[in-house]
Design a protein around this ligand. Structure first.
Ligand SMILES: [Mn+2]
Length: 393
C-alpha cells in the first residue's frame, strides 16, 4: 500500500484508496448555498494568518488541474487578499493544454526550479498528498486539498480538505466556491474552467455529475467561444503525427480491447491522448496504451464500461511493480524502468499487456492490426516502375 502511487502521465491521475469519507451526493443545480458557504468559510479559515499560498497541481497537469489551480488562486487572492504562486512538476506536453495555459494567461512555476516558501500554506488541487503523482515534498503537510479523486487516508492530515469523488472535474468544485464567494470569473478564467470540465468529462459524457453540467451552464455564457476553439483545435507539431503513425502500426485489437504498446513518448500525456484516439474506433470497449518517458513506463487505460473500475484493474495488473490509480472509466500507472535493459523493458511490456488480456478475457492470439501496409501487390505510390517518376502538377 505504501508503494502505491499514481501515474503522472494521465489526466486520470486518480488515487488508490477507497472513496467515501467526504460529502454524499453531487450538489444539485441551485443548491450551492448553505453547504457551500460553510465550505468556503472552512477553506478561508485554513489560511489562518498566512499571506502566501502555494497552489500545487499534479505533475504533468491536465486542463482540469490547470484551470482549477487558476480558479483557486483567483479565489484566494480576491477573497482573502493573499498572494499566490502556482506550480507543478513535470511538463505540459499536449498541444491543447499548452494552448489552454496561453489562452488563460496564467503562469506556473516548475517544481525543481522553485522552493516552496517556509511560511506558505500549500494548496493541492486535483490531487492529494502522497499519491505519488504530485511534487509535494516529503514531510511537507498540505494545508488545503481540493480534489475529485477517491479520498486518500493521508488527506485527513490536512487543515482543510474537500474531496468529491462523485464530481467529474475539480473545476466544477471550484466554480461552486467562486459562486459562494460572489466572485465572477473573468472571460479567460471562465473559458479555462469550461474547457477543463469538457476535457475531463469528454464533453460531459464520461463520469459526469449534475454539478458538472450545472457548472458548465454557468460558465459557457461567461466564456470566449473563439478562445475555446483555439484551445480545442490547437496546432500540433509534425512529430505528433509521427507518433500517431507509430501508434497505428503498433496497435493490436483483441475483441473489444485495443492494446497500444508505444516506444518512447515525446511527452508524458501522449499515451493518454492516444488511448483516447483509439476509443473512437467502432467496437472498442477498452484502450490500453503504454510508453516510456525518461525512466518510467507509463500506462493509460480507458473504457466505456461505467462500472468497470479501471483503476482497480490497473492496480491489480501492476501490483508491486509500480504505482497505479484512477477512476472507473479511466486510469493510469507508472512503473520505474531504471536499471532494466531494453530487452527487459520489452519483456515487461509484453507481460503487462498479456495480463490485461487475461483479466479482460480476450485472445491468446496475435491480435488484429489496425492498419495494413498499402497495396498488397507492391503497387504503392513509390513503385516507380515506369519511366517518368516526376509528379506532374
Ligand atoms: Mn481532474
Amino acid at each position: 500500500m505504501g508503494a502505491e502511487r499514481e501515474t503522472t502521465a494521465d489526466r486520470d491521475t486518480g488515487s488508490g484508496g477507497e472513496s467515501g469519507s467526504e460529502p454524499a451526493g453531487p450538489m444539485q443545480p441551485g443548491e450551492t448555498t448553505v453547504d457551500q458557504a460553510v465550505r468556503l468559510a472552512g477553506l478561508l479559515g485554513a489560511l489562518e494568518d498566512t499571506t502566501d499560498v502555494f497552489v500545487l497541481t499534479h505533475d504533468n497537469p491536465d486542463p482540469d488541474a490547470i484551470a482549477s489551480a487558476a480558479a483557486l488562486s483567483f479565489l484566494l487572492r480576491e477573497a482573502a487578499g493573499v498572494s499566490t504562486t502556482m506550480a507543478f512538476g513535470g511538463i505540459v506536453g499536449r498541444a491543447e493544454n499548452r494552448a489552454l495555459i496561453a489562452e488563460a494567461g496564467v503562469s506556473f512555476q516548475r517544481m525543481g526550479s522553485i522552493e516552496i516558501p517556509a511560511g506558505a500554506v500549500v494548496a493541492l488541487v486535483d490531487t492529494q498528498p502522497r499519491t505519488g503523482n504530485n511534487s509535494l515534498p516529503e514531510g511537507r503537510i498540505a494545508g488545503i486539498v481540493i480534489d475529485h479523486h477517491p479520498v486518500r487516508p493521508e488527506t485527513a492530515a490536512t487543515t482543510f480538505s474537500d474531496v468529491r469523488p462523485e464530481y467529474g472535474a475539480s473545476c466544477s468544485i471550484l466554480v461552486e466556491y467562486l459562486r459562494a464567494a460572489g466572485l465572477e470569473p473573468d472571460r479567460a478564467l471562465a473559458t479555462a474552467l469550461f474547457y477543463g470540465i469538457q476535457s475531463e468529462t469528454m464533453d460531459l459524457g464520461r463520469e459526469v455529475s449534475a454539478a458538472d453540467v450545472e457548472a458548465s451552464l454557468y460558465l459557457y455564457p461567461r466564456s470566449d467561444p473563439a478562445s475555446i476553439s483555439r484551445i480545442r483545435h490547437a496546432r500540433v507539431p509534425a512529430s505528433y503525427l509521427q507518433s500517431v503513425h507509430e501508434a497505428l502500426e503498433r496497435a493490436r485489437g483483441y475483441g473489444g480491447v485495443m492494446c497500444v504498446p508505444m516506444g518512447r513518448l515525446d511527452y508524458p500525456d501522449l499515451g493518454a491522448e492516444l488511448a483516447d484516439m483509439f476509443m473512437r474506433v467502432d467496437g472498442v470497449e477498452w484502450a490500453i496504451a503504454s510508453g516510456r518517458y525518461h525512466d518510467d513506463l507509463l500506462l493509460s487505460v480507458r473504457t466505456y464500461q461505467l462500472e468497470a473500475h479501471a483503476g482497480d484493474l490497473v492496480r491489480q495488473v501492476v501490483r508491486g511493480r509500480g504505482s497505479a490509480g484512477g477512476h472507473g472509466m479511466l486510469a493510469g500507472a507508472q512503473l520505474p524502468l531504471k536499471g532494466l535493459s531494453d530487452a527487459e523493458v520489452d519483456e515487461l511490456v509484453a507481460s503487462l499487456f498479456e495480463e490485461f488480456r487475461v483479466v479482460l478475457g480476450v485472445g491468446g492470439d496475435e491480435g488484429r492490426s489496425i492498419v495494413e501496409p498499402r497495396g498488397g501487390s507492391g503497387a504503392g505510390p513509390e513503385s516507380g516502375a515506369s519511366g517518368s517518376a516526376e509528379p506532374s502538377e
